[in-house]
Ligand binder design. Structure first.
Ligand SMILES: [Ca+2]
Length: 307
């Protein structure tokens, strides 16, 4: 019996995306059916190229479909300051195998994969939610065959793109609003978890010797500005994959979440109503804490499998 969870990864690689993708590709519990790309850390052309490079590096055949090049309404602003000009600076990847690239748009590819699947499909969304919002608006018939959307994004507390806005959600708040209102099972692993999902220098040294993947990641870590190499690098996107593979590391609560779409000061701020001020029914499971030791052990042992 096929017990692997069918997964679509919607992503904007991105150094922390690269690591999350690697862990998902080599997990015995996940069956990655499709990788879709979205403008986020850098342009959609660059992140698509990066996704293809990663698959070539890992010698994996997974279809890649290019998605939205800009947010639904907001102006696109990238995160080159964190990930470098290419989005994955720090390692010389060879030319990618372009046979993995579909001609289909990401939204159409997601629709096809979801409707063709005999069992419900999970989406790991580790970039802005633009593609997912378009999918749900264009093809609402997919909803009944989506198991869960597990996203890295938002924050219980403050932001990292603006004072209150976390990067993925604040890049496309209107898309997030569509996803949050969709009625689909949602799991939020937000910025607060990413800030605690740290890789310290002694961990990097262990990772460095874990074969070609460890060596590649160590090189990317040298350029990654998501935290400091010395005080800890923040593995934001791995938090979504960590929920799929090792949910025991999290404290979880069902609650109502929403996103600000109309304020000039707090645009893209997620509202996580842990105390029920709004009196609305829960629409998401939210990770409220992470066991840092468990994360670290899981992270290093997962990378060890990426061969
Ligand atoms: Ca990402």
């Amino acid at each position: 019996m096929d017990i692997k969870r069918k997964l679509i990864i919607d992503t904007d690689p991105g150094i922390d995306d690269a690591i999350a993708i690697a862990i998902a590709l080599f997990s015995e519990k996940l069956d990655v059916k499709l990788i879709t790309t979205v403008a986020g850390n850098v342009s959609v052309d660059l992140v698509t190229e990066n996704a293809l490079r990663l698959l070539t590096f890992f010698d994996k055949k997974v279809p890649v479909a290019k998605g939205a090049g800009e947010p639904l309404i907001q102006k696109f602003l990238d995160a080159k300051d964190i990930h470098g000009a290419t989005g994955m600076d720090g390692y010389e990847f060879g030319e990618p195998d372009r046979s993995n690239l579909l001609e289909e748009h990401a939204v159409n590819a997601m629709r096809r994969v979801i409707l063709e699947s005999e069992t419900p499909v999970t989406i790991a969304a580790i970039g802005p939610l633009t593609n997912i919002a378009l999918l749900l608006k264009m093809y609402p018939e997919v909803k009944s065959n989506i198991d869960e959307i597990v996203f890295m994004g938002g924050s219980i507390t403050r932001g990292n793109k603006t004072v209150m806005g976390e990067f993925n959600i604040a890049t496309d708040p209107e898309a997030a609003k569509i996803v949050f209102d969709s009625g689909i099972n949602l799991l939020m692993a937000g910025l607060d978890m990413g800030l605690k999902a740290l890789v310290h220098p002694e961990d990097s040294e262990k990772i460095k010797i874990l074969g070609k993947t460890g060596d590649m990641m160590y090189s990317l870590f040298q350029k990654y500005r998501g935290g400091s190499f010395k005080t800890g690098l923040k593995m934001y996107d791995s938090c979504a994959v960590a929920y799929l593979l090792c949910p025991e590391m999290y404290e979880l609560t069902d609650t109502f979440i929403d996103v600000e779409t109309s304020s000039s000061l707090t645009l893209g701020c997620t509202i996580v109503d842990l105390k029920g001020y709004l009196g609305k029914p829960a629409n998401a499971k939210v990770c409220t804490d992470i066991n840092q030791d468990m994360f670290k052990k899981w992270f290093i042992s997962s990378i060890e499998k990426c061969i």
